[in-house]
Design a binder for this molecule. Sequence first.
Ligand code: GP9
Ligand code: MN
Length: 438
Amino acid sequence: SPTDLKEVESYIKDHYAEPDDSIYGIAKGKNVVYIHLESFQQFLIDYQLPDENGVNHTVTPFLNSLYHGESTYSFDNFFHQVKAGKTSDAETLMENSLFGLNQGALFTQMGDKNTFEAAPNILKQKADYTSAVFHGHSASFWNRDKTYKHLGFDYFFDSSYYDVNDDNSFQYGMHDKPFLNQSVQYLEHLQQPFYAKFITVSNHYPYSRFKNEEDGFPMANTKDETINGYFATANYLDTALKEFFDYMKASGLYDNSIFVLYGDHYGISNTRNKELAPLLGKDSDSWTDYDNAQLQRVPFMIHVPGATNGGINHTYGGQVDALPTLLHLLGINSKKYLQLGQDLFSPEHKQVVAFRDGDFVTPQYTFYGGKMYDNQTAQVIDEPTPEQEQVFTELNQAVDQQLITSDKINNGDLLRFYQNSGLDSIDPNSYDYRNQKA
Ligand code: GP9
Ligand code: MN
């Protein structure tokens, strides 16, 4: 109801984080290339997998070079915040700075009904961007074909726009190399500046080797086939991205673009983590929920060609923070929008990362599976001091408030009442993804 909207607006006002002047607008007018790294966890970055002869193999040499480069603003304490909606929840978070639902997937339940003020819509109306999603899988998966119209994506190139066959695809769609390669013909024709999102799939469970793909990257040697294949599929994604960047450079698009790379969620589930532990230099027997929580880190890297003051930023944040961060880099203030995250570069950014079920991580504490841990010792805090009690209560409240506000907006479809953004409403029926020209 409109009363709920008032409460939401006051929350947003209290939590708005001012942009940092030194970085505001550095990418104004540039194309934005979003790269969705399927099931990609932060531990893969800089990881070396030993083969049967004890020779180390770097899993993601290309991503590592971006991660460490002076033109990339990289984050090493960035967490996914998805629940059952998996990939689609990550999209909800990144495009809207709102959470998915606590049960099921927002895309499926509300994506074709609700009003949104998502990234493509804001960028179109404020800075004349054209938007497109590229994904080598069927359009209806996760209700994307309908949801993207509500988010305001101009184009959606699904698998029907690609030459897909048994050799270049698997159950979740096309392998990343042919997918990115065939995407180029469509990307080249997009009106600039564009906001283009590429959703990769090769690094998706069950991480099995592809037919017709060059062998070469070793398998890990655990009792769990899922873990064993994860490094090779991540390595394949890495090579596919290198090829894509080479194309972007050759076409001249690279210099006019920024690249945002993010991991959508874990690839190895908590039930498998004890088996993974030795590969991370940890002891399976002493593995706890604290360790599970720390493994929910995913990459977040903003590569800005020409920038020289990038580096690894240790700020704690999550997917909900991505959109205000991006808008400020593009010189668009996020203040008027109902976004629940905070610009990661803002000196006012609060380092409390909420998981969808109410657990959370901060630089000092981890609350996971109903227990509070001290990050310094990785041990449960059984007897908190009165000061700690106070801090924990405040953190719990902050997390609950953020999640409840998200649910209010989504469940009440409150953006349909919201006028203060100054955005014109969009007509989902005006998009036709079936007859797009290359
Ligand atoms: C399918 C792909 C995978 O189109 O995006 O989704 P996920 O299973 O990771 O939610
Ligand atoms: Mn996914």
